[in-house]
Structures are given as C-alpha cells and as structure tokens.
Design a binder for this molecule. Structure first.
Ligand code: GLY
Ligand code: MN
Ligand code: MN
Length: 435
C-alpha cells in the first residue's frame, strides 16, 4: 500500500504549482448498468492521485495562496450512514476521512453547493478540467455565477480557468519509489497470470476459458480488476488489434495472442505474450515471432535517460522493416519502406505508451513540438507487433499470423528496469513452460 504521506505530498506539490487559486477535483461518478445495478466502481485517477480516497461521491478542493504560504486541503465526502452501510458496506464519513487521509478540513458532500461559491470568492484562478463531465461543468459554472451575483458587494469571481490536468499530468508522469513498488507488484501478478495461461492452454479450449484463467490469477493475488479488457485472440483474431470477443475455439497449429494486465491499488500493468496453442512454434510463426522479439529487444535497449520518446519506436521499426523485406512482405530499402509507410500493412501502431494509474497514462509525448526525452521515474510499455492479413502479395505461410510482445519498463538513472521480465518470452522458455 502507498503510505498516506505520499498523497499528501502530491497535494502539496500540486498546491505549490497552483500558486494562488482554487482547484476542484471531483472523483468519478458511479454508473448505472441497468435498473439498480452499477458497473464496478473505479475512482477518478487524478482524484485518487491526490487523495488515496476510493469512495464515490467525493470532491477534493484545494485553496492555495503562495503569498501567505497558506494551503487548505478540503475533502467533501459521503456522510456516515448506518442504513446504507448495512447494504453497501463501510464508508468513512467526513470525520474519519479527515483523520485517516490527512485533510485540513472535511465536509459532507451535501454541503458542496452551499460552500463552493464562498470558497471561489475573490480567487483569481480556478483550476478545473472542463469537458470531462458535462454535469460537473454545469455545476462549477453555476458556482461561478453565484459569485458573480455578488459583484456589487465587492466580491470578484475567478477571471481565469486553468486545466488542473495539465499540472497533474506532468506530476503523474514521474513515478515515486512507492508508486514504482506498486507497479512492480501489479506486474508480478500479471506475469503470473500469463504463465498460468501458457501452462493451461490446450487446443479445443475456448478463448474465454483462457481469459478466465487470467482473471483467476489476478484476483487470487489480490488485484482488484483487469486494467483493461483482456484480449485473448487465437489464430486470425490476433490480427484484430482490439479483439475482445474472446469466444472462439483455440486450434492446434495456431498462435494465441494474450494482451492482459491487472490493476493493483490503482496502478495498471499491461503485458502481451504470443505463444503456440499446442506448445510448439511452426517455422513461419517462429520467423515472425523472433522478428518481433528482436524488435522489442532493440526498443527496450533504447529506453534510457536522454533518449527521446521516439527512439524505442524507431529502433523497433528498423528491425521490423528489415525483417519484412527479408521475408518478402515489403520490397525496397528499409528507408524507402519507412518513407512510404508501406510497413503499416503489418505494423500499424506505435511501440508503446506511458503506463501508471491509467493503462494509457497521463503525460505529454512531445514538448514544444519535439519528442520529449526519457527521464528516470517514467514508466512505459514497449510493444511492437506484426499482423499479417491474407493478401495477394503476401506469402501464404504468413497469413493470419499476429504477434505482439509487450513489457512494462521503468526508466532508471542508468537505463531501464523491465517490470514484467518474469513473463516468458524466448521461444525456448515458452516451449519449455508449455510442455
Ligand atoms: N492493452 C492496451 C495496450 O496495449 O495498449
Ligand atoms: Mn499497451
Ligand atoms: Mn497491452
């Protein structure tokens, strides 16, 4: 678990950057699935990053005034309610939330509309992320209008709205030691799930049976949920990048691509492994697999401080394109194939994304129009692939082969740490494990 002091430190760091103004950060709403059944609840990542508080119906308000070195960290949350707790379980209530989560003040969420206009009065800047939720946009606008109504009493409304996510995205990009430790644990559970899937997969099973094994491993080891819908794609289904139907029968002689990772205490892991359903790669499958693996290794080697975000992608791309030419999938020189983007018939996505509280995590990829440089504390995925759909000018032995290999990597002061290294990925490791 992340100690509460870390969330307090996040709030302080954010408040210092706000300088003077009020930030309003609501958590996510509960969503109805049908009638009175809800989707599983997941808090808002920004709110969680600043609070560690997991309950719905909560709003963080920070009032910062750097001139006076004064900061008020205020939580609005649900009241204690014995009746609701009998039905839905424990809730902190303002008093215990204040104590447990280290807020300066806490109030019942029912006080929000009453108190916010006063909190916004005479503040120069509102930090709020417009456009995330229409309901919150309207509510915040109403609070501002209530302040404006007092103009003749000498009260001023904020004259500037800044997107709170801009500051928070940059903070979230750099993981602390504690966050990295949670991400290591999430990665460990997911690697265990992939090992389990490799060991239990047999021809004749359905994709969803393998998905069930992944979910089993996630929950057995304490992960709260998958970080995203698992992709369990046998044979040609692996060429559908976001295949989530997971219903087809697994056939001997086909590959199985699994892209699955758990969420642990808010943090995502994201692993892809591709392996033969009957435990033994065929020659053409092995060719493509080893090409993607070589591309992934080249990309991982390029993850180090000072390299740019684009360097791992370029490293993977050059290896892949050379392979596409060698296997007769593309014609011409590496540079010409990259220039014409002909490789996109087989590799149509980029090589990774930031990883953290969200599977596609917060943080800019470019700064001032340039790919940003990698720095210690950043965490990203490295996930090249190759997807070969049947086509006239494509050698038939490669048809319907889809391979992706994805690891989670942290940038360290001297290079990188692969958080998901324990998931087998060499041909030999996979074939041995599946025997
Ligand atoms: N599993 C989502 C992704 O790999 O980006
Ligand atoms: Mn990914
Ligand atoms: Mn993935």
């Amino acid at each position: 678990m992340i100690p509460i002091e870390l969330y307090i430190a996040h709030r302080q760091q954010f408040a210092l950057q706000m300088k003077k103004g009020v930030a309003i950060i609501p958590t996510a709403a509960e969503r109805l699935r049908n009638r009175d059944s809800h989707y599983p609840y997941r808090f808002d990542s920004y709110f969680y990053y600043l609070t560690g508080f997991c309950e719905p119906e909560a709003v963080l308000v920070i009032v910062a005034d750097i001139d006076r070195s004064s900061y008020r960290h205020i939580l609005f949350c649900r009241d204690k309610d014995e009746t609701r707790e009998i039905w839905d379980g424990f809730r902190y209530g303002p008093e215990a939330a204040k104590e447990t989560f280290g807020f300066d003040e806490t109030y019942p969420i029912s006080k929000l509309d009453e108190m916010l206009p006063d909190l916004l009065a005479n503040q120069p800047t509102l930090y709020f992320s417009l456009g995330q939720d229409a309901g919150w946009d309207v509510r915040v606008t109403n609070w501002i209008n209530r302040v404006r109504e007092q103009v003749r009493n000498g009260v001023a409304a904020p004259n500037e709205v800044q997107d709170s996510h801009v500051l928070l995205d940059e903070m979230r990009l750099f993981k602390s030691t504690e966050e990295l430790q949670v991400m290591r644990s999430a990665a460990e559970i997911s690697t265990e799930a992939h090992r389990r899937a490799m060991q239990l997969t047999r021809p004749g099973m359905r994709e969803y049976e393998v998905e069930a094994e992944l979910l089993h491993a996630f929950r057995q080891h304490g992960a709260q949920a998958p970080a995203y819908t698992s992709i369990v794609a046998g044979g040609a289904n692996a060429c559908v990048l976001h295949y989530i139907e997971n219903s087809a029968e697994l056939k001997a002689g086909d590959l199985l691509l699994i892209d699955a990772g758990c969420e642990l205490n808010g943090y995502a892991s994201d692993i892809t492994r591709t392996f033969p359903i009957n435990g033994k790669f065929k020659a053409a499958q092995k060719d493509i697999y080893q090409l993607v693996l070589a591309a992934q290794e080249a990309a991982i080697a390029a993850v180090k401080p000072g390299n740019s975000w684009d360097d791992p992608h370029q490293a993977a791309l050059h290896v892949l394109v050379q392979g596409f030419i060698d296997f007769g999938l593309c014609q011409g020189s590496v540079d010409a194939v990259i220039e014409s983007a002909d490789y996109k018939r087989f590799y149509m996505h980029r090589t990774g994304h930031w990883l953290g509280l969200d599977v596609h995590d917060a943080g800019d990829y470019k700064q001032n129009g340039e790919w940003r440089l990698l720095q210690p504390g950043m965490t990203l995925t490295v996930e090249p692939g190759c997807y070969i759909r049947p086509a006239d000018n494509v050698p038939q032995e490669f048809w319907n082969i889809g391979v992706r290999i994805e690891d989670d990597v942290a940038v360290t002061p001297t290079g990188h740490e692969v958080l998901t290294a324990a998931a087998p990925k060499s041909v030999m490791e996979i074939e041995e494990l599946m025997q």
